[in-house]
Design a protein around this ligand. Structure first.
Ligand SMILES: Nc1ncnc2c1ncn2[C@@H]1O[C@H](COP(=O)(O)OP(=O)(O)OP(=O)(O)O)[C@@H](O)[C@H]1O
Ligand SMILES: [Mg+2]
Length: 330
């Protein structure tokens, strides 16, 4: 990859000529897709910045180790702190498919791994009934043609390294979790009718959890653990700058400070997430604000706080005047 970038820098014109010659406007992308991204701490940081995912060095190092050791990353943290986004960004950085398994109560192997296409099987049975092919029917019905790959099998059977995002794993039951950690240890699946299916390239696996219930030790043992906290004021300023282009520096600082103060208040139960900070920043920009003021805080607080109880707590324990003063103070 390094050689490619060196070449791209020096001989950009030559690569350009190739792209015209072969009528392939995405020539660079094709080569980049063929070359794996260099996994180094500096490179991950650079690529995350480029993708607009702003995080601390601890996050970068954890991701680096998980990639190097080919272990799943288990991310826990409050809602909206960037858990799912990390999976998405990894697929962007590695220019690979994101296969997502959204977990929910009652999720089972049929929906997560594979199931047989009963309708297609039934149709085939009806079609071949009484014909000379009826004898070989059973064998045929349980072939690949009738297998419906669900996200886990899809990730195992992918012909290149993919990102497998197992989102909100805490919503499943313990039985499914036990099945999951077996799968994550050897990345192979036994389909009785087809035999053992294994992976060529171990996928990059990201599991997220909102901590609705304690996950088992078995699952944790197989993963590299990452706790994502709310960002510091400085970090949130960088996130706003990356995600809301055109916003004034002064307003950015004020937003980050104001959100930070609200999060610190113990009376506010549902703390504003990064996503809500970004919504607030976009809203203030839409209202042509270049600085916070008491009136605008009052008019837009519903973008940050989304329950009546939290809005009441805000007016009772902080209030627009104090928030405005705090946000403006250095
Ligand atoms: N570190 C970050 N850098 C840039 N943007 C971020 C970061 N963290 C979060 N965001 C923004 O916040 C949004 C919400 O993040 P995300 O959906 O990943 O949260 P989550 O932790 O998965 O929340 P939930 O638990 O509700 O699913 C993202 O779409 C992204 O725009
Ligand atoms: Mg999420």
């Amino acid at each position: 990859m390094k050689i490619y970038y060196f070449f791209k820098k020096r001989y950009y014109w030559l690569l350009n000529a190739f792209s015209i010659l072969y009528n392939e406007p995405n020539f660079f992308k094709v080569i980049e897709r063929m070359c794996p991204v260099d996994i180094s701490i500096e490179n991950i940081k650079k690529e995350f910045d480029k993708a607009g995912y702003i995080c601390d060095s601890e996050v970068i190092i954890t991701v680096y180790l998980a990639l190097k050791l080919e272990k799943p990353i288990l991310i826990e943290g409050e809602p909206g702190v960037g858990k799912t986004e990390l999976g998405k960004v990894l697929s962007q950085v590695f220019n690979t498919e994101l296969i997502r398994l959204q977990c929910y109560e009652g999720l089972d192997e049929n929906k997560a791994l594979y199931e047989w296409n009963y309708q297609k099987q039934l149709l085939k049975i009806q079609l071949l009934k009484g014909s000379q092919y009826e004898q070989t029917l059973e064998e045929d019905l349980f072939s690949r043609e009738y297998l419906l790959e669900r996200p886990l099998l899809k990730a195992i059977q992918a012909d290149k390294k993919v990102v497998l995002l197992i989102d909100e794993v805490d919503k499943t039951d313990e039985e499914f979790e036990a099945f999951l950690f077996e799968l994550l240890s050897d990345f192979q699946v036994s389909v009785p009718e087809l035999g053992t299916l294994t992976t060529g390239d171990i996928p990059i696996v990201v599991l997220t959890s909102n901590n609705e219930r304690e996950l088992s030790d078995g699952l944790k043992r197989r993963c590299i653990y990452l706790y994502l906290d709310y960002p510091s004021v400085e970090r949130e300023v960088d996130i706003i700058k990356a995600k809301v282009p055109g916003i004034e520096d002064r307003l950015t600082q004020q937003i980050a400070r104001a959100v930070n103060l609200i999060r610190q208040n113990a009376e506010i139960k549902k703390k504003p997430s990064i996503a809500e900070t970004l919504d607030w920043a976009r809203a203030l920009l839409t209202l042509n604000q270049d600085s916070l003021d008491e009136k605008t805080i009052k008019q837009t607080m519903n973008i940050l706080l989304k329950t009546k109880a939290d809005l009441d707590s805000f007016y009772q324990h902080i209030g627009p005047v104090a928030l405005d003063e705090y946000a403006r103070s250095k």
